[in-house]
Write a protein of this length. Sequence first.
Length: 94
Amino acid sequence: MTTAWDSYVKKELRKPAVKKAYEEETQVLKIGLALANQRRQKGLTQAEVAEKIGTSAPQLSRTERKPENANMRTLIRYAAAVGMDLDIRLVARG
């Protein structure tokens, strides 16, 4: 069943500027989701990871929810705290 909201979003995503902003935000959100998923898979709480990287649990929560506000060093330390390496690649569009 298609809701009014679904119809609205579909209509708005036809606009190039809206679609571009949506796609960029989706990429950013995927980073935060990946961080949180890795933390959970390792059986760690936000407080445990926060302690490992020298920050607070509320700040770590903000990093997971809005990773665009985190600096690279924080993301690197976060990855290390969950037993991962941060690997950022530029990939050709196509």
